[in-house]
Design a protein around this ligand. Structure first.
Ligand SMILES: [Cu+2]
Ligand SMILES: [Zn+2]
Length: 243
């Protein structure tokens, strides 16, 4: 234990630049305290998740491969697809893309709830993923993975959501937890009963998946945002002009 503590202090000092001497450290233009905090964060992240984020853009990427719950009756919607996550380290907000298929073509009248559930355990289909991920012990819909209601169009959901509360970093990381797609609408805590404040009375679990890290290219392939495409086009044009 003592050895570990020593190691941690040693690494922290090294990361903060105290040990290697400040005169040859490059000035970052940051507040020294902020700079030290950033380095300590980097260090812990690297200790906890080696090569967790993409080094070139310092952004973490994750995916969740959605499959229908194996316990689901054949007449229920068999939902498949992907939920992709992206977050710039260390202060970026989580962004997500929902790419889901298999809803009835005429089901766009009522929303369907999507949440992050506590466990990444699919041993009993989506029923073994536990309740909503609730690290701060608050009522629904204030859980970090309460994504609200989604409306399908022609059997599909294609949705981009920025500025999410959930995070991939630190003690409250969503990695290894699950995304669950429900049969019914989320009542957003307004149902007037106990379940409403726990899970929004969203009904059966149609489909689910476990969140795991992925490469940047998966996000780039699926991300529909026009700005991102425009950015790529501009970069490509600049590269072509240079060549
Ligand atoms: Cu749920
Ligand atoms: Zn919730």
């Amino acid at each position: 234990m003592f050895l570990l503590l020593n190691l941690a202090i040693g690494l922290t000092l090294f990361a903060s630049g105290i040990v290697r001497g400040e005169e040859d450290a490059e000035p970052t233009g940051e507040d020294p305290l902020q700079d030290m905090q950033r380095k300590i964060n980097d260090l812990w992240l690297n200790l906890l998740y080696p090569q967790f984020f993409n080094e070139t853009d310092r952004t973490a990427y994750a995916t969740c491969e959605v499959k229908p719950s194996p316990k689901l009756e054949a007449d229920k919607p068999q939902v498949t697809g992907k939920v992709l996550f992206k977050q710039a380290y260390p202060d970026g907000k989580l962004e997500a893309v929902f790419y889901l298929d298999g809803f009835p073509p005429d089901s766009n009248l009522t929303g369907r709830a999507i949440h992050i559930h506590k466990l990444g355990d699919l041993s009993d289909g989506c029923d073994s993923t536990g309740g909503h991920y609730n690290p701060f012990n608050v009522d629904h819909p204030r859980h970090p993975g309460d994504f609200g209601n989604f409306f399908s169009k022609e059997g599909k959901i294609r949705k981009y959501r920025p500025n999410l509360l959930a995070t991939m970093f630190g003690a409250y990381s969503i990695l290894g937890r699950s995304v669950v797609i429900h049969e019914q609408e989320d009542d957003m805590g307004k149902g007037g009963n106990k379940a409403s404040l726990e899970n929004g009375n969203a009904g059966r679990r149609l489909a689910c998946c476990v969140i795991g890290t992925c490469n940047k290219n998966l996000w780039e392939k699926k991300f529909p945002d026009r700005m991102e495409r425009k950015k790529t086009r501009i970069t490509k044009r600049a590269q072509n002009n240079r060549a």
